[in-house]
Ligand binder design. Structure first.
Ligand code: HEC
Length: 181
C-alpha cells in the first residue's frame, strides 16, 4: 500500500484542478472587468433604428458625444430598478444576497445571460427566479442587458442617465407587439 499513496495524491491533484477552474469561471459577477471599449463584445458595429449591435449581432450600448445614451440603455435603467434591483442592488452593484450582475453582463456570454433570466438558476439556498413568463422582463431583456453592460464597463455613472436618444418608431412597435397592446 505504501507505493499506492503517492499515486493517489497525484490522481486527486489532477481531478481537483478542473474542478477549481470550473468553480472560478462560474462566478462571472466576481471577475474583474478586463474588456476594453474596443472589445468586439462591447464596441458598436452597426445600428438599426435606435438599437445598437456588436459585429456578432449582440445588443450593446451606445453613448453619443453629448453624453446621451441609446434608448434601450435608458429604458433598461428603469426596468432593472423595477424588476431586479430588489435582489441585485441599485445600479447592478450586487448585494449580500445576489451577485453584482453589471460585471456578469460584460463577462458572461449574452445567450447564457438570457438563459439564466428566462429559466432561473438554483445553487443551494441561492435562488435566481425564472422570468420567462414575465412580459415586463422578457419584452425588455435587451434593455436590461445593455444597461448592465454599460454599467459594467463604467461607461455610465450610477443613477438615472441624464440624457437619452429618442425612442424610435421601430422600438415602440416592437414593445407594443411584445406586450400585446
Ligand atoms: C428574488 C431575488 C432575485 C431577483 C428579483 C433577480 N435575481 Fe438574478 N439572481 C439572484 C440570485 C440569488 C442569483 C445567484 C444564483 C446562483 O447562486 O446561482 C442570481 C443570478 C443572476 C444572474 C447570473 C449571474 C452570474 O454571474 O452568473 C443573472 C444574469 C441574473 N441573476 C439576472 C437577473 C435579472 C436581469 C433580474 C431582473 C429581471 C434578476 N436577476 C432578478 C436573485 C435574484
Amino acid at each position: 500500500m505504501r507505493t499506492a499513496s503517492p499515486l493517489f495524491v497525484a490522481a486527486a491533484f489532477v481531478v481537483g484542478l478542473p474542478f477549481a477552474a470550473f468553480a472560478q469561471s462560474a462566478s462571472w459577477s466576481d471577475q474583474p472587468i478586463e474588456a476594453a471599449a474596443d472589445d468586439p463584445n462591447i464596441a458598436v458595429s452597426y445600428d438599426e433604428d435606435g438599437r445598437y449591435y456588436t459585429e456578432d449581432d449582440i445588443p450593446t450600448f451606445n453613448i453619443n458625444d453629448d453624453g446621451a445614451v441609446d434608448w434601450l440603455t435608458f429604458s433598461g435603467f428603469r426596468r432593472y430598478h423595477s424588476e431586479c434591483h430588489v435582489c441585485h442592488g441599485p445600479d447592478g452593484e450586487g448585494s449580500t444576497y445576489a451577485p453584482k450582475i453589471k460585471n456578469s453582463a460584460v463577462n458572461m456570454d449574452y445567450y447564457d445571460f438570457v438563459d439564466v433570466v428566462v429559466n432561473g438558476r438554483m445553487n443551494g439556498n441561492s435562488v435566481m427566479p425564472h422570468f420567462g413568463d414575465n412580459a415586463n422582463v422578457m419584452c425588455y431583456l435587451d434593455d436590461i442587458y445593455t444597461y448592465l453592460k454599460a454599467r459594467g464597463m463604467e461607461a455610465i455613472p450610477r443613477g438615472r442617465p441624464a440624457k437619452k436618444e429618442a425612442k424610435s418608431d421601430m422600438i415602440r412597435e416592437a414593445e407594443d407587439a411584445c406586450m400585446g397592446s
